[in-house]
Design a protein around this ligand. Structure first.
Ligand code: HEC
Length: 246
């Protein structure tokens, strides 16, 4: 093959990759605005996670006892509010669903979510949770505008309600695209309350992806104090040394 053909092929691939990327980027992400210093939000998120997600998803790198100490919960609170699968306080938060069965049921085993927020970003996770809609053409009955053709059924539909897609008319060469999602059946929460729920569970996953965040902030205060004290000391020393020169 000659050089020009290679260049043409490469350019073609690059353009195709760009187009796929642009298509993916088309879904608007909502800003998650998680605040890890809002401990109550992260605690609520933990509760939602263990009630609505942990049946399928594990947090391999996170132990219940660590969650307790980081989020200021007692062993008793964690064991009665977060542990539903007979795990012990010092165990990692593993889902009890066997991966092979899960792959059979959903087409893909639910991935571990320990590092999900680091991999995809908080805005992506938050928007994903808000963007499910009913789609009878999909095996699980649900689809998602942020993660098209996802094999995860909407875990929070009872809270959010059921959304249906309104399609923009198909243009030549392009399939009909979801224009917006309508809440066709309200859930147990209002849209504002549900935004908070989605934000809380995202905040919990952001903490799980970066569990040192609290420790770092606690240490950070001491580092700054040390630096201030040391600067003052250096200043006094400088005055002392230069006193005789001037
Ligand atoms: C019934 C099982 C089930 C439940 C419950 C569930 N998920 Fe999932 N989840 C899945 C499956 C299966 C996938 C893989 C989807 C795919 O790749 O098509 C997935 C994928 C994901 C992903 C995308 C991972 C990636 O980057 O590919 C995120 C984020 C996620 N789930 C979060 C959650 C959260 C948060 C909850 C609880 C509110 C939850 N899931 C509840 C089955 C589940």
């Amino acid at each position: 093959m000659n050089k020009r053909l290679w260049c043409g092929l490469l350019l073609g691939f690059a353009l195709a990759a760009g187009a796929v990327h642009a298509e993916e980027a088309a879904a608007t992400l909502y800003p998650a605005n998680v605040n890890l210093n809002d401990r109550a939000s992260v605690q609520r998120g933990a509760r939602i996670f263990f009630n609505y997600c942990a049946g399928c998803h594990s947090l391999e790198y996170m132990r219940y006892s660590r969650i307790a100490s980081d989020l200021g919960l007692t062993e008793q609170q964690v064991m009665s509010n977060l542990v539903f699968n007979g795990a012990k306080f010092d165990d990692p938060a593993l889902s009890s669903m066997p991966a092979a069965d899960a792959a059979k049921w959903f087409g893909r085993a639910p991935p571990d979510l320990s590092l999900e927020v680091r991999a995809k970003g908080a805005d992506w996770v938050y928007s994903y949770l808000k963007s499910f809609y009913l789609d009878p053409t999909r095996p699980v009955g649900w689809n998602n505008t942020v993660f098209p053709s996802t094999s995860m059924p909407d875990p929070l539909w009872s809270l959010q309600g059921v959304q249906t897609a309104v399609f923009a008319p198909a243009k030549p060469g392009r399939d009909a695209r979801v224009e917006k999602l309508d809440l066709s059946r309200p859930g147990l929460e209002t849209p504002q309350q549900f935004d908070r729920t989605a934000r809380d569970v995202t905040a919990f996953l952001a903490y799980v992806a970066e569990p040192n965040v609290y420790e770092r902030e606690r240490l950070g205060v001491w580092v700054i104090l040390y630096l201030v004290a040391f600067s003052l000391l250096a200043l006094f020393l400088k005055h002392e040394y230069w006193k005789d020169v001037h």
